[in-house]
Ligand binder design. Structure first.
Ligand code: SAM
Length: 190
């Protein structure tokens, strides 16, 4: 298949937006796959800020980064991404070039703990203020579970309402696949 699949496309967008030495955000650490990818992208002079509300996710993510000897590039918070603005030091505001939200529940974890529309939207809104121009926020939206479908509807309404002078907003989705596979919304700050 020549069309890029969803997760590789998310990473391709981040690769385009992020350079060595940059500041980036993993808004939903989960098992730390995205945090590891981001830590490799920013190099040893960059920094990855990561958020998750579950201790289990923090532990898995720390372990993954430790295995790759990249722990010194990351700062992880066990708190919701809705606290992003007052968690990232002011000196790094305006320097964030990439952020990713992999929404839904922790794979292999408690499926009742899911991301929620109001806190997700609050975090996106704060990040949009804090990004560098041409910085990209990626949302990977899982809408195969009930809460995910609700979150999808709120998020699409919110992102469609972002002023086009403030950001470019792209939706990337396979529209003829069964079982509601995830899709991407990418928001590029202008
Ligand atoms: N990116 C992850 C990876 O690479 O493995 C997968 C993320 S998983 C789909 C979603 C995560 O979001 C869960 O670990 C969950 O605990 C977390 N989460 C839920 N609400 C959150 C919030 N308000 N702030 C930050 N993380 C949250």
């Amino acid at each position: 298949m020549k069309l890029e699949r969803i997760l590789p496309f998310a990473r391709q967008l981040l690769e385009q937006a992020v350079s060595r030495g940059d500041i980036v955000v993993d808004a939903t650490l989960g098992n730390g796959h995205d945090a590891l990818f981001l830590a490799q992208l920013v190099g040893d002079s960059g920094r990855v800020y990561g958020f998750d509300i579950q201790e289990e996710a923090l532990n898995h993510s720390m372990e993954r980064l430790r295995e790759h000897q990249l722990l010194e590039r990351v700062t992880f918070f066990q708190k919701g991404h809705e606290h992003v603005s007052n968690s990232i030091p002011p000196i790094h505001h305006g320097r964030i070039t990439g952020a990713i939200f992999n929404l839904g529940y922790l794979p292999g974890g408690d499926k009742t703990i899911v991301t929620k529309p109001d806190t997700t939207i609050s975090a996106i809104d704060q990040l949009l203020e804090m990004m560098a121009p041409e910085g990209i926020i990626i949302l990977v939206i899982y809408h195969g579970h009930i809460e995910g479908a609700v979150e999808r509807d709120y998020l699409l309404r919110y992102v469609k309402g972002i002023d086009q002078k403030r950001a470019h907003v792209l939706q990337y989705q396979f529209i003829n696949q069964k079982n509601n596979p995830p899709f991407i919304v990418a928001i590029e700050k202008r």
